[in-house]
Design a protein around this ligand. Structure first.
Ligand code: H79
Length: 462
C-alpha cells in the first residue's frame, strides 16, 4: 500500500465489524479505520520488549538447569513446513506478511491447504548439513517447528495423519534425522510447538473461516491433542534441550501450568519457553525481533528473522547484513539475552544461500571472539552507542562498534584495570593503559582491526 493508494480492502469479517462499530459511534467508516490504525500503531510502539505474561517464573532465575542455555547465547531457529511450498504466493497473488501465516492471511480452507502435503517432497533435506551450518555459525542449539499454527506436523504422530511421515511422499521423519545428527555434532535439539493456534484442528485456536468459533472446545484440544503430542516429542527423540511454545493467547494459568509440569515430568532437564504463557516459562521470551533497551536481570531470549519472514518466501530478499546481525547478537548478549536466529528452508529442504552466507560469516567472527560472547554476563558499560560490554570473572570485554580515530579508547566506571589486549591477537600483546581515577585510556591500533566489532579484553584487579 503506497501513500497515494488510498484504497484499503478490508477482509469481510473486519469490514463487517467496522461497519457495525461506525454505525454505533455515528462516524464515517474511514475515520474510524484511521483512528483504530493509529491506536494500534501506538500500542505496538509502547509494548515492552518483554511482555510480563511471557516472562520467567521467579524460581527459574537461579535454576542450574538453565546453565547450558546461559552459556550458549546463540541458537538457530528453523521454520519449516507446508508453507514453504506456496512460499508467500497463493493462486498467483502475493500474500503480505510472514510466510508461515499464508493459510490464515489468505483464509485458505483446510481441505485446500491440506493438499500441499501430497506435494511436500524435500529430497534435498540433509540433517547433517543443517546441523553443520548451525555448528559452523557458532550456534549451540537448534529449535525447529515440530508443529506450527497451520497444524502440519514435521514428526510422525499417532494422533494425526497430518504429518510428514504419513501424509507426504517424502515419508521420512526429519526430526528423527536431526536428533541423530545433533547428538553426533554436539548441538542441542529443541522443538517449537504451537500449543494454542492450530488452524487445522477443529478445536484449535485461530481458524474461523472453516470452523465456527462458538462450537470449539479448546480445553479438549489441549487435553486430547496437545498433551499427547508433547508427550510424543519428549519421548521419541532423546534428550530435548527446550520446548518452544508460542502465542499463549487463551491459555489459562492451569493449562500453562499443566503443560509445564508435563514437560518437566517427561524430561526434567528440558526447558520451557516463556510463551507457554502466564509468566510460567523457565526463561522469558522477548517479542519477535524485539530487543530491550537495556540489560534485563532475568533469563531472556530474542527470536529473530534474518530477512522479514520466518517461513520461506521466495520474494523476500530483505536480508540483514552480517554486520547488523553480529551487532544484534552482541547487543543482546550485552543485555543478558540469547539470540535465536531464524532460517526458513525451502520446500526442497535447502537453507537459503543468503542465510547460510551470513551465518558462516558470524561463525568466523565467533571463532575468534567467542570468548567475549559465550557464558558472559552484561558488562559495566551500558547505554552508549559506540560500544557494548560483556564480562566474565576478572575480565571485561569491550565490544567496539565504532572505532575512534587514532585508536584511543576512553572509558570510565570500570574499577581498576590491570591490562588490556585485543581478543583477536593470539600473542595477547599488552596495549598501553592509562588510568586517572575513574578514567581509563587504552591505546589501540590507529586503524580499526575489525569493521564490525573489535573486542578489547580488560583484565581487572579484583
Ligand atoms: O513463529 C513465528 C510467527 O509465526 C509466530 N511467532 C514467531 C516466532 C507468530 N505468531 N503470531 N505472531 C507471530 C504475531 C502475529 C502477527 C500478525 Fe500478522 C499480525 C498476524 C496477523 C497480523 C504478521 C502480519 C502476520 C500476518 C500479518
Amino acid at each position: 500500500m503506497s501513500d497515494e493508494d488510498r484504497t484499503v480492502v478490508l477482509n469481510e469479517s473486519l469490514a463487517k465489524r467496522f461497519r457495525e462499530l461506525a454505525k454505533v459511534q455515528g462516524v464515517e467508516m474511514s475515520e474510524l479505520v484511521n483512528f483504530m490504525l493509529s491506536r494500534a500503531l501506538d500500542w505496538q510502539g509502547s509494548r515492552p520488549a518483554i511482555a510480563e505474561e511471557r516472562g520467567q517464573r521467579s524460581d527459574a532465575r537461579s535454576d542450574p538447569r538453565l546453565d547450558w542455555w546461559r552459556e550458549a547465547r546463540f541458537g538457530m531457529f528453523i521454520h519449516w513446513g507446508l508453507y514453504a511450498i506456496p512460499a508467500g504466493e497463493w493462486k498467483g497473488r502475493r500474500i503480505p506478511g510472514i510466510g508461515e501465516w499464508i493459510m490464515k492471511r489468505a483464509e485458505i480452507p483446510v481441505a485446500e491447504y491440506e493438499q500441499l502435503a501430497a506435494q511436500f517432497n524435500p529430497v534435498q533435506f540433509d540433517a547433517a548439513e543443517w546441523v553443520s551450518i548451525a555448528k559452523r555459525a557458532g550456534q549451540k542449539y537448534m529449535v525447529i517447528t515440530s508443529k506450527h499454527h497451520d497444524g502440519f506436523c514435521l514428526f510422525r504422530s499417532e494422533f494425526t495423519d497430518y504429518n510428514m511421515v504419513d501424509a507426504t511422499p517424502f515419508g521420512r521423519d526429519p526430526l528423527k534425522e536431526l536428533a541423530e545428527e545433533c547428538q553426533k555434532q554436539g548441538i542441542r535439539l529443541c522443538f517449537y510447538y504451537s500449543q494454542t493456534q492450530d488452524w487445522h484442528h477443529p478445536n484449535g485456536d485461530g481458524n474461523d473461516w472453516d470452523y465456527d468459533e462458538a462450537n470449539k472446545d479448546f480445553a479438549s484440544y489441549v487435553e486430547t491433542y496437545v498433551v499427547p503430542q508433547v508427550r510424543e516429542l519428549l519421548t521419541n527423540y532423546g534428550p530435548i534441550g527446550l520446548i518452544w511454545f508460542d502465542t499463549p493467547k487463551a491459555m489459562t494459568a492451569e493449562q500453562s501450568r499443566s503443560l509445564l509440569e508435563l514437560c518437566h515430568q517427561l524430561q526434567p532437564d528440558c526447558l520451557v519457553s516463556g510463551r507457554i504463557g502466564n509468566t510460567l516459562g523457565d526463561y522469558a521470551s522477548a517479542g519477535d525481533n524485539r530487543i530491550p533497551d537495556r540489560a534485563v536481570a532475568i533469563d531472556w531470549e530474542t527470536p529473530a528473522t534474518i530477512n522479514d519472514t520466518w517461513g520461506f518466501k521466495y520474494y523476500d530478499h530483505n536480508w540483514k547484513s552480517t554486520k547488523d546481525l553480529l551487532q544484534k547478537l552482541v547487543d543482546i548478549v550485552s543485555k543478558g539475552g540469547n539470540y535465536l536466529l531464524n532460517v526458513g528452508p525451502t520446500a526442497e529442504g535447502v537453507i537459503p544461500r543468503p542465510s547460510v552466507d551470513r551465518l558462516l560469516a558470524m561463525g568466523e567472527w565467533l571463532e575468534v571472539n567467542g570468548e567475549a560472547v559465550y557464558g558472559t554476563v552484561p558488562g559495566p558499560i551500558q547505554g552508549v552507542s559506540w560500544c557494548r560490554s560483556t564480562a566474565k570473572p576478572g575480565k571485561i570485554y569491550l565490544h567496539v562498534f565504532n572505532w575512534p580515530e587514532g585508536g584511543q579508547i576512553e572509558v570510565s566506571g570500570l574499577g581498576q584495570v590491570e591490562g588490556a589486549y585485543l581478543l583477536s591477537d593470539p600473542a595477547q600483546a599488552p596495549l598501553s593503559v592509562e588510568q586517572h581515577g575513574d578514567e581509563v585510556t587504552i591505546a589501540g591500533p590507529a586503524q580499526s582491526p575489525d569493521a564490525i566489532d573489535t573486542v578489547l579484553v580488560l583484565t581487572m584487579d579484583s
